[in-house]
Design a protein around this ligand. Sequence first.
Ligand SMILES: [Zn+2]
Length: 432
Amino acid sequence: MFQNLLKSLVIRKSSSLRKFLPLYSTKLQSFSTSFISNCKVNASINIQNETIELTSNVKDSDSIKALKFPFVWLRDNCKCEKCHHPTSSSRIINWEKFDVTVKPKNIMYDDENNILKIEWNDKSGHISEYEYDWLDERNFSDENRNIYLNKFYRPAKILLNKIDMQHKLEYFDYHKVIQDDMELYKWLRSLITHGIAIITCVPETESEVRVLANRVAFIRRTHYGEEFIVKAKEGTSNVAYLPENLQMHTDLPYYDYAPGANLLHCLVQAKSEGAENLLTDGFYIADKMRNEYPKEFEILTKVLVNWSDIGQEDNIHFHSLNRAPMICLDYEGNIDRINHSIPQRDSFFTVPLKDVKLWYKALALFVDLIYNEALEMKTKEGTVLCFDNTRLIHGRKKYLDTKDNRRHIIGAYLDWDELYSRYRVLQNIFEI
Ligand SMILES: [Zn+2]
């Protein structure tokens, strides 16, 4: 019911409300209004649970819809101009004087305008007003929270084995992505859900990766600079610049805040055999380990590894260190980030002795699994290979670097905060 209604909502792009409300609010505005029309809402105070409850008959059904909101949350989220600054969509209520035991003195439901009005029992007799649809989109039901988290906050990821990755991999025309917001949106959605996408028909100049990154937000700078050039070079500060086998890895695990996504523009591809990319969905592997090898999974999520990078670039010396597990879980226990790099794993392994051998065994299993599920793909000149660096594990097969057989890639990173931000702005325009 909820989802069907959500799908049928119409976005009012030119609505004047849009300027004053957060985009997410505006989006659901029309949905709730259509739902509530002709439905009488009953508002009541539940003193025992310290909540206000709004109940209404669900249209064309015998069931009752009940929304419950704690007093304290309602008071905290008052939308009057003393408590909320509209153009910045920010709370400005003075929390130094906030009373968490605040209670309503009177409530009133305005049926005509679908507004809940509350007079509070504080000294000033503060009055708050809330539109029904604004409340409804924030209701605390499990269903509502799931929609927000998996649709709006961060779209759910689809985990891919090797075969799935080959079938689901989507291609996007560079010029369309640059010129058309819908195409940009589709590319970002593909990158978020699959962790990989390819841009085609990219002009063969060294600046296109920057143009593409700027289309989203801005390049994430690291101690290697902004754009980086991947071509064989002697005396290199990074093994990625050797033509030998580049073992499967994630980039820059030695950054606490590792770069979110890689953009690798292939300007010149080796004509000889070799130089194929290897790509594995690390989240798929971690999920498989959780189900099939729970002990090894636990070890890789608990044992802290020192990831390091020591060197210099343009005469600037660096010594980066980040202590984190190979499989990082988020606050809710979901797989959040993979760290894996043989060269960038420090010989300082500062864990209890008893953990060391077990950890190595779990690592060996992980490496076996990622190579078994690696999609092999030689990128074509004029394409940008885009992938989620917190999720995809990538490598490259060796090739013979000679005068007549060069390989030239320009890379850049984007951060997930910026990718998601851009995605949400576009989602508010396009998603139905
Ligand atoms: Zn207020």
